[in-house]
Design a protein around this ligand. Structure first.
Ligand code: PRP
Ligand code: URA
Length: 208
């Protein structure tokens, strides 16, 4: 498994905005999608292309087009929806597989409440979207579900990760790569990432 920390000035700058408690819901949502665009750029850098000959303005010209794998993006509700538009801006043809899951606040265990997956998962690259990888429980449950439905290539886009969660994902699913803006310091006693962003779902949806 590889953890790719996308260490780019734009990502670092935008993550700083997300970390500020005073950032409005409107701006938090916009900047989350901007970071998602930058993370997906990195996550797709090894996609295969094929050469096609098309009719250009001065005659036939060889161009490249993405070939091979089809993609499904997998937002984990609700906060994962906050990364979806940015990713779909870059991969507009991707199918969307929705996984509804929330973390029980006392046990920190994920509770599944809605699932609607794309077809042909065995032929698709699944890109999980969730701003926060904290204990790792939610993403591990999502990966278990995708694999149970035949998915063979999975990666995850997360704004911020905790080292504890990464270690759990690595132990259970070493084949899944993670693309993130930061690996933070630790989890607090309530399972929140420190320094983190706070509750990403609440910040994206303007709830408390
Ligand atoms: C948050 C977050 C992840 C999960 C991360 O969701 O968006 O899905 O917690 O924690 P974990 O790694 O310990 O599982 P939350 O349960 O707050 O639900 P929401 O997205 O509906 O707000
Ligand atoms: N979920 C969040 O939204 N934030 C955290 O820090 C941990 C889990």
């Amino acid at each position: 498994m590889a953890v790719h920390i996308v260490n780019h000035p734009l990502v670092r700058h935008k993550l700083g905005i997300l970390r500020q408690a005073s950032t409005s819901t409107h701006e938090f949502r916009a900047v989350s999608n901007e970071v998602a665009r930058l993370l997906i750029y990195e996550a797709t850098k090894n996609m295969l292309t094929e050469t096609l000959t098309v009719q250009g303005w001065a005659g036939p010209v060889d161009v490249e087009a993405i070939s091979g794998k089809k993609v499904t993006v997998v937002p984990i509700l609700r906060a994962g929806l906050g990364l979806m538009d940015g990713v779909l801006d870059m991969i507009p043809g991707a199918r969307i597989s929705v996984v509804g899951m929330y973390r029980n606040e006392s046990t920190l265990e994920p509770v599944e409440y809605y699932v609607k997956l794309a077809s042909d998962l065995d032929q698709r690259l699944a890109i999980i979207l969730d701003p926060m990888l904290a204990t790792g429980g939610s993403i591990i449950a999502a990966i278990d579900l995708l694999k149970k439905h035949g998915c063979r290539q999975i990666c995850s886009l997360n704004l911020v990760c905790a080292p504890e969660g990464i270690a759990k994902v690595e132990a259970k699913h070493p084949d899944v790569d993670i693309y993130t803006a930061a690996v933070d310091d630790h989890l607090n006693e309530n399972g929140y990432i420190i320094p983190g962003l706070g509750d990403a779902g609440d910040r994206i949806f303007g709830t408390k």
